[in-house]
Design a protein around this ligand. Structure first.
Ligand code: SAM
Ligand code: DTB
Ligand code: SF4
Length: 336
């Protein structure tokens, strides 16, 4: 045993010594208790374990970057308690119509020139109407033709819609579980957790990559967080992309006044997601604008390897591209 290995063996928490999931190719189901046990590791052990697994599956210096565009903003029928775009809450967001194709293509070109590899178009809908879907299909075709990967988030999908999106060239469908089954009713009542799983299955069955994660900092417990991550990891195939959003409290929404989460809990969530979904891209998502560069670096160390790039998320601000470019240069990160 080398000196370093001896030191690790002597000082780490027992659960941190052997990362079993990083050695074999066999996928296993995670119990909530097992995921909670990861959360409860000493912070340094958890990060070491996450980083060790990360290095077996990815180049730790590569970060994938997607740019978001809200193509249909506000006026949503749904009651998601965190959302600025729900028609039920008095927020500063103005309701807008579906954006014309030419404006979407202009924004996508700008995102590509700036260095994004994927363009994600978001619409504030419960689910897309057929006539609107036809317009989205044109957007997907044109964005794909620019040489960008395509992603949309349109709410719940009905039978047949995912196949059309796939045929148009859609690479990813974003639809988050948001939280675990137990806490879900405290966040959303207008559609169910099962509705969300059904949409993910529709996209998966159509051969579209899945982008699905959640939000933390909504007043859920650590057990709720662990249960949500376990549910994602235990899907027939885990999502290729797992966004971890830190709640952006939006004034006027039911969650507009919630206190911030301990930033280390956010880092822990990234690390646990990395460990139990070793081949997925873990996406450092909403809430990044308020994170220091050092906190973001900890998130990358914990295994985050994708992010939203550009000054705007959907309706709220993101860290701007100049700041991200400077951070990438300081940390020697490669955009991909
Ligand atoms: N209407 C679609 C849907 O619900 O799937 C697409 C858009 S929705 C805004 C996409 C995701 O953004 C939500 O599922 C949620 O996880 C995240 N999100 C929305 N508002 C947020 C906020 N204030 N803070 C953090 N994440 C948020
Ligand atoms: C995801 O999980 N986060 C992104 C993307 N998927 C669509 C959206 C974050 C939205 C944050 C609040 C806003 O800007 O409206
Ligand atoms: Fe509508 Fe999506 Fe916002 Fe929920 S998260 S209110 S479905 S836009």
């Amino acid at each position: 045993m080398t000196h370093v290995a001896k030191t690790i063996a002597a000082t780490s928490h027992p659960a941190a010594r052997v990362p079993p999931e990083s050695t074999g190719a066999v996928r296993r189901q995670w119990s909530v208790a097992e995921v909670l046990a990861l959360y409860e590791l000493p912070f340094m052990d958890l990060l070491w374990r996450a980083q060790s697994i990360h290095r077996r599956h990815f180049n730790p210096n590569d970060i994938q970057r997607s740019t978001l565009l809200s193509i249909k903003t506000g006026g949503c029928s749904e009651d998601c308690s965190y959302c600025s775009q729900s028609a039920r809450y008095a927020t500063d967001v103005e309701r807008e119509r579906l954006m014309p194709l030419a404006e979407v293509v202009t924004a996508a070109k700008a995102a590509k020139d700036r260095g994004a590899s994927r363009f994600c178009m978001g619409a504030a809908w419960r689910s897309p109407k057929e006539a609107d879907l036809e317009k989205i299909l044109d957007m997907v075709r044109e964005v794909k033709a620019l040489g960008l990967q395509t992603c949309v988030t349109l709410g719940m999908l009905k039978e047949g819609q995912a196949e059309k999106l796939r045929a148009a060239g859609l690479d990813y469908y974003n639809h988050n579980l948001d939280t675990d089954r137990e806490f879900y009713g405290r966040v959303i009542q207008s559609h169910s957790h099962d509705d969300r799983l059904d949409t993910l299955a529709q996209a998966r069955d159509a051969g579209i990559n899945i982008c699905s994660g959640g939000i933390i900092g909504m007043g859920e417990s650590r057990k709720n967080r662990a249960a949500m991550l376990a549910q994602l990891a235990n899907l027939d195939k885990p999502p290729e992309s797992v966004p971890i959003n830190n709640l952006v409290p939006v004034p006027g929404t039911p969650f507009g006044e919630l206190p911030p989460l301990d930033p280390f809990e956010f880092v822990r969530t990234i690390a646990v997601a990395r460990i139990i979904m070793p081949s997925s891209y873990v996406r450092l998502s909403a809430g990044r604008e308020d994170m220091s560069d050092e906190l973001q670096a900890l998130c990358f160390l914990a295994g985050a390897n994708s992010m939203f790039y550009g000054a705007r998320l959907l309706t709220t601000d993101n860290a701007d591209a100049e700041r991200d470019d400077a951070l990438f240069a300081r940390l020697g990160l490669n955009a991909c």
